[in-house]
Structure formats: structure tokens, C-alpha cells
Design a binder for this molecule. Structure first.
Ligand code: ZN
Ligand code: ZN
Length: 402
């Protein structure tokens, strides 16, 4: 990459990192991206699904490629001590979406300056990934009517792999995530007279324990799932039996049949425990967030794998295994009827991996580094940005015809 472009991208990255914006509030980030794309000759639409931005570059006949980046930050107080640390109290780019935006803008510049392709390039900057709502909001705001149907949707997520390394996996790559709010209804009363009440605290406790049996007893040994009760809310005083309890439940799965079975089991157990307690009212199970699994198209993944190997070398495109984290990029690909390829971009300081030569040693070091969402998460700009740009450009060029 041209040294002046890299310098400008590094400045942009530091600026975005210092000015993080929460989900759905990515106004400054979106404006910066829109300006950059216009300067590079893209036809830009702002305000798609909230703060989403679309940039189109049409060059006659040929395939269409969509490159996607998410823009939002997290309610995390930064503790990296970086010179370009967040200037917004309690808000931080702790998931690296600032890296994604910067790399997408770099790819926009590189591809706009490259005369040797034809087709249509679509750049999509998505709001509110962390709340699993931004992709759906763009789809609901007529995404499919605003862009040509792409031949492929490409994207990347920065991760604590060594910078200069990429992770790519065909098939299920990121888990589906479903969040539920469960309300258990009892009958409140005095703590000294439980016989006159239906205690929702005991109902909630039994439910939480019983839910742990789903993965152990209902999911096959060859399959996998996670069921986590992340919050339990009930009551306010030691001598009052409250009238209801609330559980916040999260389910991660990779396979649709497993997903349906686990969600069905959660609902069945919640209702059965309420019945066992003699609840005066049916419990409520309300879905609050849902992201489908990220499933990389097998054929398109092999095409991208060759392209990425051309960027970092075949030995540095590794199989990361399925990630239990989730991403809503799959919503975009599904809505546009396009195959998806989504890879991991190494962002960790390679010095931390000195001496780690086998995949096992690599995995061990990754486990010691700050992960995404940590207040210490700090990808190194060099070479993360240049590799991230080159990966997007190579991926796009694998479709855009010469
Ligand atoms: Zn995240
Ligand atoms: Zn993320």
C-alpha cells in the first residue's frame, strides 16, 4: 500500500478509536465514512437503517461484491493507556469495529484507484452490531432495493490472533445467539408466611438449575450449544416474598435443528417449573435478541482462501475453529440471497507469540491476551490495518472481473 494512504488510515484509525459511539449513535463515524467514500467517487447513501451508509461504485458489466464493516463501540471504560485511547467516558471501541471501518475505507481507496476491474462494488457500513439490531434495521430500510444483488458478501472481524495472520473457516464459523427474557409469576406475601404465597425465588432457582441439564442431556455429544442465565432479578427485602422473578437467558448454537431443540427445551422447562410451583399465571418467554449463525459458503470460502493466501501466505491463513461469539452479518447475506464469507483478522502484537510455532501453542497464547470486549483490548495498528485492507481488496478482486 501507498505510504501516504497508510499514514492517513492510521490517523483515521486513531481518530475513530478516540471517538467511539454506542450502537445506533454512530453519527460522527458514519459522516466520516460517507465523506471518504464520496472523495473516492462512490455514490453514497446515508441514514440507511439509522446511521448506516452505502457506497456504490459501478464500472459496467460484471459481478457485484459487497464489503461490510460495523461501526459501533461498547459501554466499556477503556484501560489500555494508549495515546489514542477513548476520549468518551465509559465508551470504548473494545470490539475493534474501528479497525473494520478503517480497513473498509482503505479498501475503498485501493479499489477506486485500481482501473483493472469491472462490475459493481458495494460498501456497507452497518450500525448497531453489538445490539444485534443494525443489520436487520438496514434490511428493513429497503437494503435489497438500494443495492444490486451481490455475488458475494465479504467481511472480517479483528481478533487476538497474531497480526499478519488470518482465520478462515468454511461452514459454521460464528454461533447463532438468542437472548430471552423469562418472567416467572408467583404470589407475593410476608416472608414469615410462605404457605400463603407462591415463591418466585424458589421457582427461579429451580428453573436455573434445570436449564443446565439441556446441553448435558438433550444435545448430542457430536453437537454443541451453550445455555447461560446471565441475570436473575427478584425481590427487594429479606422478609418479603415477591410476586415475580425475571431471568435473562442466552443460547448459542451452530446448527438450526439444535437451536430449535434448545429453545424449545428452555420454554418447556420454564413452563413446567412454573406448573410444578403452582404458579397462578403462565410464565412469559420473550425473545429480545437473535442473530443467526455465521455460515461461510463452502465454494466462496475456498475462493477467498486462495485470495487471502496471496496476501499473507498460505501458512498464515489458519483454521480458527468455530467461534462461540456471534455476529449479525449473516442477516445481510441472507436478506440479499448472497453467499457469505467472513474471516478473522489477526490484531495482536506478534511479539506476544514469540516461540509459539504449533497451533496448540498459538491457541495457548491467544488465551492469555485481552479478548474482544475487554477494557484492555488493543489491536496493533501495524500491520493489522494494512493486512485488513489487503485482505478485503484481494477478496473483492477474486470476484470483480479483470
Ligand atoms: Zn463485539
Ligand atoms: Zn464485534
Amino acid at each position: 500500500m501507498d505510504a501516504s494512504l497508510l499514514a492517513r488510515l492510521t490517523d483515521t484509525y486513531r481518530d475513530l478509536h478516540a471517538h467511539p459511539e454506542l450502537s445506533g449513535q454512530e453519527v460522527r463515524t458514519a459522516a466520516l465514512a460517507a465523506t471518504w467514500l464520496r472523495e473516492n467517487g462512490f455514490d453514497v447513501t446515508e441514514g440507511v437503517g439509522g446511521t448506516g451508509v452505502l457506497g456504490l461504485l459501478r464500472r459496467g458489466e460484471g459481478p457485484a461484491v459487497l464489503l461490510r464493516a460495523d461501526m459501533d463501540a461498547l459501554p466499556v471504560a477503556e484501560e489500555t493507556g494508549l495515546a489514542w485511547a477513548s476520549e468518551v467516558a465509559g465508551v470504548m471501541h473494545a470490539c475493534g469495529h474501528d479497525v473494520h471501518v478503517t480497513c473498509l475505507l482503505g479498501a475503498a481507496s485501493e479499489l477506486a484507484a485500481d482501473p483493472a476491474w469491472s462490475g459493481t462494488l458495494v460498501l456497507l457500513l452497518q450500525p448497531a452490531e453489538e445490539t444485534v439490531s443494525g443489520a436487520r434495521a438496514m434490511v428493513a430500510d429497503d437494503l435489497a432495493g438500494r443495492v444490486p444483488r451481490p455475488d458475494v458478501v465479504l467481511g472480517q472481524h479483528v481478533a487476538p490472533l497474531p497480526a499478519g495472520m488470518l482465520g478462515l473457516r468454511a461452514g459454521a464459523a460464528f454461533a447463532a445467539s438468542d437472548s430471552l427474557r423469562v418472567t416467572l409469576w408467583g404470589r407475593g406475601g410476608h416472608g414469615s408466611r410462605p404457605e400463603t404465597t407462591v415463591d418466585p425465588v424458589v421457582m427461579a432457582a429451580a428453573t436455573v438449575l434445570r436449564l443446565q441439564g439441556i446441553v448435558a442431556r438433550e444435545v448430542a455429544g457430536t453437537q454443541t450449544a451453550v445455555v447461560t442465565v446471565g441475570a436473575v432479578h427478584a425481590g427487594s427485602a429479606p422478609n418479603i416474598i415477591p410476586d415475580h422473578a425475571e431471568l435473562l437467558v442466552n443460547v448459542r448454537t451452530y446448527d438450526e435443528a439444535v437451536r430449535e431443540r434448545v429453545l424449545g427445551a428452555v420454554s418447556r422447562i420454564v413452563h413446567a417449573e412454573a406448573a410444578a410451583s403452582g404458579a397462578p399465571r403462565e410464565p412469559e418467554v420473550d425473545p429480545t435478541e437473535s442473530a443467526p449463525a455465521v455460515v461461510n459458503d463452502a465454494a466462496a470460502t475456498e475462493r477467498v482462501r486462495s485470495a487471502l493466501a496471496g496476501v499473507v501466505g498460505a501458512g498464515r491463513v489458519v483454521e480458527p475453529g468455530p467461534v462461540t461469539g456471534s455476529e449479525d452479518v449473516g442477516v445481510l447475506a441472507q436478506a440479499l440471497g448472497a453467499p457469505l464469507v467472513f474471516w478473522l483478522l489477526g490484531g495482536a502484537d506478534p511479539a506476544a507469540f514469540a516461540g509459539a510455532s504449533t497451533p496448540e501453542e498459538l491457541v495457548r497464547v491467544v488465551g492469555t491476551l485481552p479478548s474482544n470486549h475487554s477494557p484492555h483490548f488493543a489491536p496493533v495498528p501495524d500491520p493489522t490495518l494494512s493486512v485488513g485492507v489487503a485482505a478485503l481488496v484481494a477478496g473483492a478482486r477474486a470476484w470483480l472481473s479483470a
